[in-house]
Design a protein around this ligand. Structure first.
Ligand code: ADP
Ligand code: MG
Length: 608
C-alpha cells in the first residue's frame, strides 16, 4: 500500500533550489534582480572565490521592514504580483522562490533598512534554519550575503566548477544586467579587486560599449526600429567585427536578459550571408513588446521566453538588423544559382588522402566576404618573392591560354590559369576545371605545418616580437590563456599575464609571419572558451583543444582572400596542396577546392 505524503517545507525548498540555484551565478542573478525590482539606483556586488565563498549584493532600493524580511524568506512570498495578473508582470522577479531557495542551500544573511526608518534589521538563515534575527546598522537599502553555497549539500557542491569558471559566469550575469539597466550604476569586486564600475544614468549605447567592447562604438550600428507595437533598439556589430564564439551576443526582452533560441536564430539569420559560418556577430539587442505578447514564465531562471507570434518576432528582428547593416553597405555578393551548382563537386581524385565531398558550393563562395583584410605573410618557401607584386588589381585576371603543358597530366589540381575575385584560383587539369579557395587552402597548409612542428618533426621556430604586444581581454579569457601558456609556448606562441585583464605577447610562431597578434590572441581565447571549461570534466581532451587553437593560428597565418597572386605563386600553392595530406578540406570542414569534369562542363552547356 502506497502512502501519499505532503513534502515537508525544507525538502520543497531544496527541490526548488535545484532549479533556481544551480551555481553562484544563478543566485547572484536573483539577488541583483531583486535590487533592481526594489528601485535601486546603484548596486554594489562583491564576490569571493568566484562566488563559491561569497556573493554579496548591496543596493539603495526601497528596503524591507523586519516582518517583510521574514516573509521574503518564506516560500512563494512576493510583493510583485499586481492584481494576480501573472501575464502583466513587469518586474524581474515574481515567483517568490529565490530567497527561500538560496537560504535552503547556503548561509544567507539578509540585512535591510527601509528608507525613512531609523534602523535596520538582520536575519540569518543557514541551510533552512534561522540562526540570527536582530537589529543591524546599515544605510537605507538592502544588503544580502550568500556564503558557503551547498556547504551542507555535498552532492551539489561536487558539481560546482573551479572558482575561475564560476567567476566567469558571474561576470557574464553582471554584464547582462548592467546593460539591461543603463540608468543604474553597478560595481563589481572579485576577491577585493574592482573589475567593473559603471555610473548610473548612462545612455544605452555608452553602457553597451563600456560593458561589451569599446570597439562597438565604432564598429557597430545603432538599431532603432518599430513595427506595430514592437520596438527593437540596441547596437549591432558590423559583420567585420566578429568573434569566434557567440558569447558576445546580449539579448533582452522587455528589459530581461534572455538566452532565447528563437532570438539567437533570428540574429544568425540576419547575418547569414555576411559572416563565415564559424564566426559570430557581436551585438546587444533590446526587444520591447506588449507584455501580453510574451510569456516569461517558461523557465525557472527566466532566460527563455515564449512569444505569441514567433514568426512575426523573427521577421521583425531579421528585417530590422539587415536594414541597419545594409545601410552600412556591407552587402555581400550573391552566390550563383543553385541549379548550376549541382554539378560542381570536390573530387579527391589521386590526392594523397580523399577529401570529404563538398557540402555545397554555396558555402565555398559564401565563406570569405566578411573576413577582415589582415596582414599578409610569407609562410613557406613557396611564397617568397611575393612582395614584388600587386597594386590595385582587377577582380579577375587570366593567363593567355596556352596548350596545357605536358606535366599537367601528373598534377591532379592542374595548372593555374587565373584568379577570380582575388580569392579563387582557377586551374586547368587534364580532366577538368579546378577552382581553389586560396585562403582555405593555405590555411590548411599552415595548420599541417604547425601540427608537424608540434609533433616535434620540425623545430618550432618562434619569432620574437620587436616590441612585446599587450592584448586587452576580459579576465576569464586571460585566465584561460594563462593556464595554457606552456602548451602555447611549445607551438611558438609566448605569452604571459600582464595585469588582471591583459596578456603580453612576446613571440609568435614564425610560420605565422606578420599576423595580427591582437586578433590571433583574442581568437585563441575564444577557442579555449568555446571548447569547455579548462579544469574539470566534460572538456575536450587537451589534444583536441590544441588542435582547435592550432587551426585558429593557421587561419591567422594564411594568405587572405582578396590577395592577388602571381601565376607562379598559384602553381606553387597547387603543388604544395598535392604534397600535403588532408589538404582537400579546410580547417572548418569545407572543401578547399572543387573540380568540374569535362563531362560536367558539357552538361552545363547542354552538349550532353
Ligand atoms: P520575487 O523576487 O520573485 O518576488 P524573491 O524570493 O526573490 O521573490 O524575493 C521575495 C521578496 O523579497 C520580493 O518580492 C521583495 O518584496 C523582497 N525583496 C527581496 N530582495 C529585496 C531587496 N533587495 N530590496 C527590497 N525588497 C527585496
Ligand atoms: Mg526575486
Amino acid at each position: 500500500m502506497v502512502t501519499i505524503r505532503r513534502l515537508p517545507e525544507d525538502i520543497v525548498n531544496r527541490i526548488a533550489a535545484g532549479e533556481v540555484v544551480e551555481r553562484p551565478a544563478s543566485a547572484l542573478k536573483e539577488l541583483v534582480e531583486n535590487s533592481l525590482d526594489a528601485g535601486a539606483t546603484s548596486v554594489a556586488i562583491r564576490l569571493g572565490g568566484g562566488g563559491l565563498d561569497l556573493v554579496e549584493v548591496t543596493d539603495d532600493g526601497c528596503g524591507m521592514a523586519p516582518e517583510e524580511i521574514a516573509l521574503a524568506l518564506e516560500r512563494h512570498a512576493t510583493s510583485k504580483l499586481p492584481d494576480e495578473h501573472i501575464e502583466l508582470v513587469s518586474t524581474l522577479g515574481f515567483r517568490g522562490e529565490a530567497l527561500p531557495s538560496i537560504a535552503s542551500v547556503a548561509r544567507l544573511i539578509v540585512e535591510s533598512r527601509p528608507r525613512g526608518s531609523a534602523e535596520g534589521w538582520r536575519r540569518t538563515v543557514d541551510h533552512g534554519q534561522v540562526v540570527e534575527d536582530c537589529p543591524a546598522a546599515l544605510p537605507p537599502g538592502t544588503r544580502i550575503r550568500m556564503e558557503n553555497l551547498f556547504g551542507k549539500v555535498p552532492a551539489r557542491r561536487k558539481f560546482l566548477r573551479s572558482a575561475r569558471s564560476e567567476y566567469a559566469v558571474c561576470l557574464d550575469v553582471v554584464r547582462r544586467l548592467a546593460m539591461a539597466r543603463p540608468e543604474v550604476g553597478f560595481t563589481l569586486e572579485h576577491d577585493g579587486r574592482r573589475v567593473l564600475a559603471v555610473q548610473p544614468g548612462e545612455g544605452l549605447a555608452a553602457r553597451v560599449s563600456r560593458v561589451v567592447a569599446r570597439e562597438l562604438a565604432e564598429d557597430g550600428v545603432a538599431i532603432d526600429v518599430e513595427r506595430g507595437a514592437a520596438r527593437l533598439t540596441g547596437v549591432a556589430g558590423l559583420p567585420t567585427f566578429n568573434r569566434g564564439v557567440a558569447d558576445h551576443q546580449y539579448l533582452f526582452v522587455n528589459g530581461r536578459p534572455v538566452k532565447d533560441r528563437l532570438l539567437v536564430g533570428a540574429v544568425r539569420g540576419a547575418y547569414a550571408d555576411m559572416l563565415a559560418r564559424d564566426r559570430h556577430a557581436v551585438l546587444a539587442l533590446f526587444l520591447e513588446v506588449p507584455p501580453e505578447e510574451v510569456d516569461v514564465n517558461v523557465h525557472p531562471a527566466k532566460t527563455e521566453v515564449r512569444f505569441r507570434d514567433p514568426a512575426f518576432i523573427r521577421g521583425f528582428i531579421v528585417g530590422g538588423l539587415r536594414h541597419a547593416l545594409e545601410g552600412e553597405a556591407q552587402r555581400s555578393a550573391q552566390a550563383p544559382a543553385a541549379s548550376a551548382m549541382a554539378n560542381w563537386r570536390s573530387e579527391p581524385a589521386t590526392l594523397i588522402e580523399p577529401a570529404r565531398p563538398a557540402a555545397s558550393l554555396q558555402s565555398l563562395f559564401a565563406r570569405e566576404h566578411s573576413r577582415q583584410q589582415a596582414h599578409v605573410n610569407e609562410a613557406g618557401q613557396a611564397w617568397r618573392g611575393y612582395e614584388a607584386s600587386v597594386m590595385a588589381s582587377p577582380a579577375a585576371r587570366a593567363e593567355a591560354a596556352e596548350p596545357l603543358p605536358e606535366e599537367a597530366v601528373e598534377y591532379p589540381l592542374g595548372v593555374a590559369r587565373g584568379q577570380v575575385a582575388g580569392t579563387y584560383i582557377v586551374a586547368e587539369a587534364a580532366d577538368g576545371l579546378v577552382i581553389v579557395d586560396q585562403h582555405a587552402a593555405h590555411e590548411r597548409l599552415v595548420l599541417e605545418r604547425l601540427k608537424a612542428a608540434g609533433a616535434g618533426e620540425v623545430v618550432t621556430a618562434s619569432q620574437a616580437l620587436l616590441l612585446p604586444e599587450v592584448v586587452d581581454l576580459d579576465e576569464p579569457s586571460c585566465d584561460r590563456l594563462e593556464e595554457r601558456a606552456e602548451q602555447l609556448a611549445a607551438f611558438g606562441l609566448a605569452l604571459e599575464r600582464f595585469g588582471p585583464a591583459a596578456m603580453l605577447v612576446r613571440a609568435v610562431p614564425s610560420v605565422l609571419g606578420k599576423s595580427d597578434v591582437q586578433a590571433l590572441v583574442r581568437d585563441i581565447a575564444d577557442d579555449l572558451a568555446r571548447h569547455g571549461p579548462s579544469i574539470d570534466g566534460g572538456a575536450l581532451l587537451l589534444g583536441e583543444k590544441l588542435d582547435n587553437v592550432l587551426a585558429t593560428m593557421a587561419c591567422h597565418g594564411s594568405v587572405r582572400a582578396g590577395r592577388a597572386l602571381s601565376v607562379a605563386e598559384m602553381n606553387a600553392l597547387l603543388r604544395e596542396m598535392e604534397r600535403t595530406p588532408r589538404s582537400g578540406q579546410c580547417n572548418h570542414g569545407r572543401p578547399t577546392w572543387v573540380k568540374l569534369a569535362h563531362g560536367d562542363i558539357e552538361k552545363l552547356f547542354g552538349r550532353k
